[in-house]
Design a protein around this ligand. Structure first.
Ligand code: NAP
Length: 250
């Protein structure tokens, strides 16, 4: 018996990085995966990779900052597979960097819309579907920057702190309805989000912030997402779990 046998899971932003690693692992563990991303070509490729490995997946394009896209994504799970068991709200962007006093207003709005409102919109449609199904599990991808600050990314830090709080509030509401909701806080992970935003010198600097002495891999985050999504974590809800090479222990 695999950890996610017979489970139907939505993973947003799963055309790349952490979401992609989670999609591949979920499929390996028996889940049917709705691979969703704003990047159609990447998302389709992940769904194809799962199918060519013998797994079950479809791609559905959704921009998580649009409420209607989130509604359509949940509908796609129900229409194709009859239910929704697991949702991983992972889609996110880095956004611009700059001092709060100089930060572009449109950059602030975009980061908050994708990284915070996107998680709310997702859960807003996922929760009733799960309730109808008798329960479910949601994992929201926050960040170490949902617990502590950093300079020059005020919108990202605010959005990720928001995800941690929103996760707790939602978990309290839905614990009696058999829906568990947790967030996780990756340290700096080697994905396109990081490598397109930071140059080699900056990557060396952030690497040094991790006591374990290196950056994380997407697969290491996916293992925690899997555990939180499986029945092995059946008494865990409303929690925040770092996966950060010791970053937050300092
Ligand atoms: P990634 O490799 O860039 O993957 C994220 C995927 O989500 C990309 O395909 C991206 O497309 C897509 N996306 C962006 N905006 C979207 C939207 N509005 N709707 C649907 N899809 C959208 O990034 P990652 O590093 O795996 O990040 C995944 C999550 O982990 C994010 O929430 C991020 O904040 C969080 N996280 C990452 C790190 C890290 O160091 N990598 C650390 C802590 C937390 P585009 O390429 O068009 O943006």
């Amino acid at each position: 018996m695999k950890a996610l046998d017979k489970k139907v899971a939505i993973i947003t932003g799963s055309g790349s990085g952490i979401g992609k690693a989670a999609a591949l692992l979920f499929a390996k563990e028996g889940a049917t995966v709705i691979v969703s991303d704003i990047q159609e070509e990447n998302g389709r490729a992940v769904a194809e990779e799962i199918k060519s490995n013998g797994g079950n997946a479809i791609f559905f394009r959704a921009d998580t900052s649009q409420p209607a896209d989130n509604e359509a994504l949940v509908k796609a799970a129900i229409d194709n597979f009859g239910k929704l068991d697991i949702a991983v709200n992972n889609a996110g962007i880095g956004g611009p960097m700059g001092l709060t006093g100089e930060y572009p207003i449109d950059g602030w709005q975009k980061v908050i819309e994708v990284n915070l409102s996107g998680v709310f919109y997702g859960m807003h449609y996922q929760l009733p579907a799960m309730e109808k199904n008798g329960g479910g599990v949601i994992v929201n991808i926050a960040s170490i920057l949902g617990m502590v600050g950093t300079r020059f990314s005020p919108a990202y830090v605010a959005a990720k702190h928001g995800v941690v709080g929103l996760t707790k509030a939602t978990a309290l509401e839905y614990a009696p309805k058999n829906i568990r909701v947790n967030s996780i806080g990756p340290g700096y992970i080697m994905t396109p989000l990081l490598t397109t935003n930071l140059n080699q010198e900056m990557l060396k600097m952030v690497e040094a912030l991790h006591p374990i002495g290196r950056l994380g891999e997407a697969e290491e985050v996916a293992e925690l997402i899997l555990w939180l999504s499986s029945s092995k974590s059946s008494f865990v809800t409303g929690s925040y779990y770092p996966v950060d090479g010791g970053y937050l222990a300092q």
